[in-house]
Design a protein around this ligand. Structure first.
Ligand code: SAM
Ligand code: SF4
Length: 451
């Protein structure tokens, strides 16, 4: 049987499953967990363990039709200016909650489009954050950049603040695809942006691509990848297009009749993966590629790859402090998400309240399952021995699930001396297999296609 038929028979094209950037996934969060949990979790942080910080900028000057990110369009900087003030108010509340001496090891600005901020706002925000949580000695600062919404002054402001990693959105360079997704982005503009970033001292550059877009053909994706390779990114994220117009209303502008079918979508992903691998990139997890010398490749090779809200990472820090509307914080005790709408977030901060409004307190079983799912998503295997060493006897609760998975996916999974693994030709099913371990499986239509 051809691999594609085998994967279809195992349900690849029927499934809608989470991307497992957290466990439990965000739809499980409840409003029973809010600011009081947040204050308590912040107050007991160990000041000797650097934290990671995520700042969400929920604004874009253009609203691309395909985009499922939480963001809003604006033609003026007025709402952005007000938002910066609100984040500063949130930071003062944070200052009251955290222990003295806390440092940050990593900071990531995502969105939306962080590069909508003009240089003076970049300095203002970065300085305000560093005043509350100063950078640790080894500090990494990464920023998501829209190449059409950035210039030399913004890049040098970010670099002055310590930006050493950047991620640029590309998606696809084909004009036919760009027209169909409402996102115009010339190759020359993107290439110039990469030049500016490299000259500003960026040592790690990621590019985001998407397969499964309307009008996208194998030729289009191949030509896009050739152009991407000429920019020599250190990492590439190749996301499957999540078409979820019930959640991302702007996707209603996408002409569904020109979306590739399931099989074409699979072929696009396979063609792209082969292309990157033959160009010398390592395949990382389900949807990333990295140069062999990149820290992501090294982490994958040594079993220290991790998965968090930004996708694959080398960040092993247990604490993530989320700033801004909709940001999620992660503590050893659980998750808490800030109010999602900018207005609700602002209202809370202005009322002198931390903005967390829903979350989840982790049980011991959650932590065990979370690690098992992370192992699958990162390493395509579950090391039962390592789980037993860390979690003791309760790790045995996974055994019946392993048996069930081995029976359900017999041709693509196998027992190992220490647990269970997915064969290379079955890795497209990883999210589907991971879902069998999920103790909170919810309404399937909320998620995107598994393929
Ligand atoms: C916050 S956005 C992009 C950053 C920046 N605003 C830009 O446009 O370049 C991060 C990435 O999410 C991915 N993304 C957004 N919507 C998506 C969707 N519906 N399906 C798959 N990936 C998506 C895109 O690859 C995008 O570059
Ligand atoms: S892809 Fe980037 S610029 Fe386009 S809407 Fe999404 S966040 Fe905004």
């Amino acid at each position: 049987m051809e691999n594609i038929d085998q994967l279809a028979a195992l349900g690849l094209f029927d499934a809608q499953v989470p991307r497992y950037t957290s466990y439990p996934t965000a739809p499980v969060f409840s409003t029973d967990v809010g600011p009081s949990f947040q204050v308590k979790a912040l107050s007991v942080l160990d000041p000797n363990a650097p934290v990671s910080v995520y700042l969400h900028i929920p604004f874009c000057e253009r609203l691309c039709w395909f985009c499922a990110c939480r963001t809003q369009g604006t033609r003026t900087l007025n709402p952005v200016e007000r938002y910066v003030e609100t984040v500063k108010a949130e930071l003062s509340l944070l200052w009251d909650a955290i222990p003295a001496g806390l440092r940050m090891g990593r900071m990531h600005w995502g969105g939306g489009t962080p590069t909508i901020l003009p240089p003076h706002m970049i300095h203002d925000l970065a300085t305000a954050i560093k005043r509350i949580i100063p950078p640790a000695e080894a500090f990494e600062f990464s920023v998501e950049i829209d190449p059409t919404m950035v210039d030399e002054a913004k890049i040098s402001a970010l670099a002055d603040q310590g930006m050493n990693r950047a991620s640029i959105g590309i998606q696809d360079f084909s004009p036919m695809v760009q027209a169909a997704i409402g996102r115009e982005q010339p190759y020359d503009v993107t290439k110039d942006c990469v030049g500016l970033l490299r000259r500003a001292g960026i040592t790690s550059l990621n590019t985001d691509l998407v397969y499964g877009l309307p009008n996208q053909t194998e030729d289009a994706i191949t030509s896009t990848i050739e152009k991407v390779l000429s920019m020599e990114p250190d990492r590439v994220a190749l996301f499957g297009y999540a078409h979820v117009p019930h959640m991302a209303k702007r996707q209603k502008l996408i002409d569904e009749t020109v979306l590739p079918g399931d099989v074409d979508r699979y072929r696009l992903a396979t063609r792209a993966a082969l292309f990157f691998q033959s160009a010398g990139y390592d395949k990382i997890g389900i949807d990333h590629f990295a140069k062999p010398e990149d820290s992501l490749s090294r982490a994958a090779a040594t079993g220290s790859l991790r998965r968090n809200f930004q996708g694959y990472t080398t960040d092993t820090c247990p604490t993530l402090i989320g700033l801004g509307a909709s940001s999620i914080s992660r503590f050893a005790e659980g998750y808490v998400q800030n109010a999602a709408a900018t207005a609700a977030y602002t209202q809370r901060a202005e009322a002198g309240m931390l903005a967390g409004y829903r979350g989840h307190i982790l049980t011991k079983k959650d932590i065990l399952v979370a690690r098992a799912i992370e192992m699958l998503m990162c390493d395509f295997r579950i090391d039962q021995l390592a789980l037993s060493e860390r979690f003791g006897a309760p790790a045995a609760m996974l055994e019946p699930i392993h048996t069930h998975v081995l029976q359900t996916f017999p041709s693509v999974t196998f027992r190992t001396s220490d647990g269970l693994a997915i064969r290379p030709d079955g890795r497209a099913l990883t999210r589907l297999i991971a879902q069998h371990y999920d103790q909170y499986v919810t309404e399937p239509a909320r998620y995107s296609k598994a393929s």
